[in-house]
Design a protein around this ligand. Structure first.
Ligand code: OFO
Length: 170
C-alpha cells in the first residue's frame, strides 16, 4: 500500500502537470493567432509532453497500490504581451515545477518512501533539461529584441525543435 501522504502529494503534482499542459496550450493558441507558427508548434508539442508527465505519475500511483485523483483546474491566462513575455512565463512556470518536484522528493525521503524517491529521479533530471531549454530560448528572444528578421529565425528554429521532438529525437 502506498504511503498516504506521498499519494496525496503525487496527486497534487499530477494536477500541476495537468495545469502545465493547459497553460502551454493557451500559450500555443496565442502564438498561433499572433504570427508565431513555430513557437505555436513548439508549445503544442510541449503540451503533449506535460500530458505524458501527468500520465507517468498516474500510472505509477495506481501500480503502487494507490489511486490517482484529478482535481479542478484554474483557467490559464489567455493573453500575453509578446513572445518574450510568453517564454518568460514558461521559464518561471518550469522553475515553479522544479521546486514542486524537489519538495515532493523531500517528502519521500522524510516518509522513507525510497521507491517513489527513485521514481522521481526521472522528473528531477527532466526539470534540469526543461529549464535549460526554456532559458536558452528566452535568451535568444531577448537577444534579437524587436528585430523582425531575427524573430522570424527564432520562430523557424522553434518549429524545427517541435519537429525533432515529435520524431522522438529530442
Ligand atoms: Fe512537467 O515539466 Fe514542464 O512543467
Amino acid at each position: 500500500m502506498m504511503n498516504k501522504n506521498v499519494e496525496t502529494a503525487l496527486n497534487k503534482q499530477v494536477q500541476k502537470e495537468e495545469f502545465s499542459s493547459r497553460l502551454y496550450l493557451a500559450m500555443a493558441i496565442w502564438c498561433e493567432v499572433n504570427g508565431y507558427p513555430g513557437a505555436a508548434a513548439f508549445l503544442y508539442e510541449h503540451t503533449n509532453e506535460e500530458r505524458m508527465h501527468q500520465m507517468k505519475m498516474i500510472h505509477y500511483t495506481n501500480e503502487r497500490g494507490g489511486k490517482a485523483a484529478l482535481f479542478e483546474l484554474e483557467a490559464p491566462k489567455a493573453d500575453f504581451d509578446s513572445l518574450e513575455d510568453v517564454f518568460s512565463q514558461v521559464l518561471a512556470h518550469e522553475e515553479f515545477i522544479t521546486n514542486s518536484i524537489n519538495t515532493l522528493y523531500g517528502l519521500t525521503v522524510a516518509e522513507k518512501d525510497y521507491t517513489t524517491g527513485n521514481f522521481l529521479q526521472w522528473y528531477i533530471t527532466e526539470q534540469v533539461e526543461e529549464e535549460s531549454t526554456m532559458r536558452t530560448i528566452l535568451d535568444k528572444i531577448k537577444l534579437v529584441g524587436k528585430d523582425k528578421a531575427g524573430m522570424f529565425h527564432i520562430d523557424k528554429e522553434l518549429e524545427a525543435m517541435a519537429q525533432s521532438s515529435t520524431a522522438g529525437t529530442a
